[in-house]
Ligand binder design. Structure first.
Ligand code: FAD
Length: 643
């Protein structure tokens, strides 16, 4: 996890005539009053932050009231050429899934048949993004995303296998950080179907990987490292031939202070001392090959370090930044499938004399599904396409896509179950056993639940995005509150940030919309102007919260999560409008496209209203206090009368 705030400082700096002081990242947050473990975790995460100057991010700028619609409009659609490049593989994948992958059987047995591993390898599904010169298909992020849509719509287990293997397994970190020798050695292996996995989590180190304890000690001559410890929940670990393992290497002294080091290693599974000691089983994804992996004196050559010694957390976090875009694509596939199931059932199931889709309560659920599916594709493929174009830093966009899409998909699965009624809760096998179509909504629901937990839980995504949201303000004004800095620095910060805010703050009250936008349908223009105005309201709200809470704002998680929620919905609205206009330009039926986009934007605006209302009036503090008492053992009556 990256800790709270990194900045669009270039944009901020452009807006200010006063050049704000740029404190070193570790000085941005006051860690002096934190507990030792918390401080170490934060400092380690801070040190892993990528201090990019211009992140060129549409979503980040929403937090400072800059609405750069031209960064995402016209919609950066996948080019026809790139689409064609993916067509052959995607056709093969679709027919392979239909003809050879039986999701209910995989769910029932908890195993993916060996012939599926072989078949998927033969069509190239394990090396989709790996360049051709290393034996992969060399396809783009957009085509990879389209593959994830197909996989997600068909089988969560196979989707997880393929995704963990190449979104976070060996391929992705090597593509980002690997040396030529490492790429030549490992990429052909993993692209050819040797399964890979990503081992970060440990029993005591979940969301906070900085606390990991698996150790890698260098040998006296420094040519090798000896790994000892254990990794938990390593997806694909049971089948993997090669792992990316994050381990603690000896600490370094930086500025007189001990700095913990985490290093990423490529580890061959057949190395003596490495053992898969347990296969974990879950509520859903029953055929996930998820392992506890034990390391006893496992010797790994120094040349297997990815990037450099001490850069392991950065390797892991950067890998996840791109890797986590696969999940929203898979979610878009699953959500489309659930919408289709709901659409059919709501049209054919008659109760009280009419199809249930004509009862407003059911129609309302399906409308939400339809709008969300449209927006999910818009956001995910907008971000994928920007990644393909190397259009700046997209960490916030990918985090928003991951958080929003996984949460929406869970809601959609829940609603689809409600629409299907008792049949939604019944297993596919039971439905088939009494002669009904084996529609596995309960399997989809079980399988998709974990999406809000792994690859950065929703709570951690909110913290990460909030960190980015507060960053510009902390960079400009944070030094004022930082008790670690000398008084002279803090006094200087008052002066420089005062000048900055004198220019910036009044601009956040200007009622202007998105400015002149060519060729945007009036219906969409209304929503885009709303998003532009609301980004200013968001920036004001955040600024007021900074003024009120100062450096303690990063402890106000619920308040911050509302700001994050607002920005995410604004991103969704903007992506949806841009996408809708692009579809209109492709000659798609205007009434259908506009109805979908308009419905979604109105619905998102209601959620934004709700978030804003919560920033003004809430029970956060009362709830927090109540829970601290509950944790301390009070409120015993809540435990009475249960087994
Ligand atoms: C099916 C499955 C597959 C997985 N695959 C892999 C894999 O391939 N490789 C790998 O390395 N790991 C993997 N994981 C681990 C996964 O990434 C972790 O479960 C996840 O990081 C959360 O860690 P945790 O479960 O220990 O929860 P914890 O960190 O203990 O958190 C528990 C709850 O507290 C919340 N929380 C924690 N810290 C904060 C905070 N500071 N503020 C607010 N809320 C907080 C969390 O969001 C969560 O809701 C997998 C897990 C599962 C279940």
């Amino acid at each position: 996890m990256k800790s709270p705030l990194e900045a669009p400082e270039k944009q901020i700096a452009e807006e200010t005539s006063a050049k704000p002081e740029k404190p070193a990242p570790a000085a941005v947050i006051d860690t002096s009053k934190m507990a030792k473990g918390q401080r170490e975790a934060l400092e380690l995460a801070e040190a892993a932050r990528d201090p990019l100057e211009d992140r060129g991010s549409f979503a980040s700028n929403l937090f400072v009231g800059r609405y750069d619609f031209d960064r995402i409009y016209p919609y950066p659609a996948q080019s026809a050429e790139d689409r064609t490049a993916g067509e052959d593989f995607l056709c093969k994948l679709e027919s392979y899934l239909r003809e050879h992958v039986d999701p209910d059987e995989i769910d029932r047995t908890g195993e993916i048949p060996p012939e599926n591993f072989k078949g998927l390898a033969e069509i190239g599904a394990f090396g989709i993004k790996v360049p051709k010169k290393y034996g992969g298909l060399g396809l783009s992020q957009c085509n990879y995303g389209r593959a994830a849509v197909l996989l997600g719509s068909w089988d969560g287990n196979v989707a997880a296998l393929v995704s963990a293997h190449q979104s976070i397994g060996v391929a992705q970190p090597l593509l980002l950080f690997g040396t030529e020798e490492q790429k030549q050695k490992y990429l052909p292996r993993v692209a050819g179907g040797e399964i890979s996995a990503f081992a970060l989590t440990e029993r005591h180190a979940g969301s906070d990987p900085a606390t990991m304890s698996l150790r890698a000690e260098p040998t006296p001559d420094g040519s090798e490292f000896i790994l000892n410890g254990e990794k938990l929940w390593c997806t694909n670990g049971v089948k993997a031939g090669v792992l990316v393992v994050m381990a603690r290497t000896p600490s370094k002294m930086v500025g007189g202070k001990e700095r913990k080091q985490i290093t990423a290693f490529i580890v061959d599974v057949d190395t003596p001392g490495l053992e898969v000691t347990y296969r974990c089983r879950f509520m859903g994804l029953r055929a996930l090959y998820n392992a506890v992996v034990n390391f006893t004196d496992v010797r790994v050559p120094r040349e297997n370090i990815i990037s450099r010694e001490g850069a392991g957390l950065k390797v892991a976090l950067t890998t996840l930044n791109t890797g986590r875009l696969t999940l929203p694509a898979a979610c878009a596939g699953l959500s489309k499938r659930l919408l289709e199931i709901s659409r059919k059932w709501a049209g054919e199931r008659i109760q009280w004399g009419v199809p249930i889709g004509q009862h407003a309560a059911i129609a309302g659920k399906i409308a939400e599904m339809a709008g969300s599916v449209f927006a999910m594709e818009a956001m995910t493929f907008l971000t994928s396409s920007l990644l393909d174009r190397k259009a700046g830093d997209l960490r916030i966009e990918t985090a928003m896509c991951k958080m929003w899409a996984t949460e929406m998909t869970w809601r959609i699965a829940d609603d689809a179950m409600q629409v299907r009624g008792g049949r939604g809760y019944e297993t596919a096998a039971s439905l088939a056993g009494r002669g009904e179509p084996p529609i596995a909504v309960e399997r989809f629901l079980r399988d998709c639940r974990v999406n809000t937990i792994f690859e950065g839980s929703s709570e951690i995504m909110r913290l990460f995005i909030a960190r980015e949201a507060l960053d510009p303000h902390l960079k400009v004004g944070g030094a004022i509150f930082n008790t670690q800095l000398p008084m002279s620095d803090r006094a200087k910060a008052v002066f420089s940030s005062g000048k900055f805010y004198a220019g910036w703050y009044p601009r956040q009250w200007m009622p202007n919309g998105a400015g002149k936008i060519d060729n945007l349908h009036d219906t969409l223009r209304g929503h885009v102007n709303y998003a532009a105005r609301t980004s200013k309201r968001l920036a004001r709200g955040l600024f007021h919260a900074m003024a009120r809470f100062g450096p303690k704002l990063d402890r106000e998680q619920l308040l911050l999560s509302r700001f994050v929620g607002i920005a995410t919905e604004l991103f969704a609205i903007s992506a949806t409008c841009s996408y809708a206009q692009w579809l209109l330009g492709q000659g798609k039926p205007a009434d259908e496209i506009l109805a979908l986009a308009d419905y979604f934007c109105r619905s998102a605006r209601m959620r934004i209203d709700h978030h804003f209302a919560g920033t003004m009036r809430n029970v956060d503090k009362r709830g927090y206090d109540l829970v601290q008492n509950l944790l301390a053992g009070k409120h015993t009556l809540l435990r009475d009368g249960i087994v």
